[in-house]
Design a protein around this ligand. Structure first.
Ligand SMILES: Nc1ncnc2c1ncn2[C@@H]1O[C@H](COP(=O)(O)OP(=O)(O)O)[C@@H](O)[C@H]1O
Ligand SMILES: [Mg+2]
Length: 143
């Protein structure tokens, strides 16, 4: 079973994905680690203080992983760009804006980065993109 967990940064993907993997005997896949290991980061977007990731290359690597071991939980706000044919369920984590702001400030994110992520949550970007891809979407509220 290939499960993906997406959602705005800070909404609880990693916490949920690790728990889900543990409870169901699935392997937890940390996409940040995969990006490092495969050199998928193409530098830093200074304006956004975020890594520039080639999603096409990332998808290729993730598909290889899924083909090798299908019992996995993939944790990433980029995971919903995977084609639905490789994915059984797509969980989207969400939380209230007040709680998200608190969590992101606690992380030490800049004012701009907090704003960008709050906007992404307000616009429901991950959920809408996941649904557009055709994933079977399940929403998880984490506050
Ligand atoms: N269900 C939850 N209840 C309370 N706090 C949570 C919950 N899920 C996550 N958190 C907290 O929110 C913060 C962000 O969670 P994290 O899993 O790292 O999010 P993400 O991986 O989406 O960035 C962490 O401090 C975590 O402890
Ligand atoms: Mg995380």
């Amino acid at each position: 079973m290939a499960i993906i967990v997406s959602g705005t940064p800070g909404t609880g993907k990693t916490t949920f994905a690790k728990k889900l993997a543990k409870e169901n005997g699935l392997e937890y896949i940390d996409v940040n680690k995969i990006i490092e290991e495969h050199g998928l980061s193409e530098g830093l977007d200074k304006d956004r203080d975020a890594k520039i990731i080639d999603v096409k290359r990332l998808n290729k690597v993730l598909i290889e992983i899924i083909k090798k071991d299908n019992d996995i939980v993939i944790d990433s706000h980029l995971s919903h760009y995977l084609s639905k044919k490789y994915v059984d369920v797509c969980y989207i984590t969400k939380c209230s804006l007040k709680e998200l702001k608190r969590r992101l400030e606690e992380r030490g994110y800049s004012k701009e980065k907090v704003r960008e992520n709050l906007d992404a949550e307000i616009l429901d970007v991950c959920r809408i993109e996941a649904e557009e891809e055709g994933h079977k979407v399940k929403i998880i509220y984490t506050d």
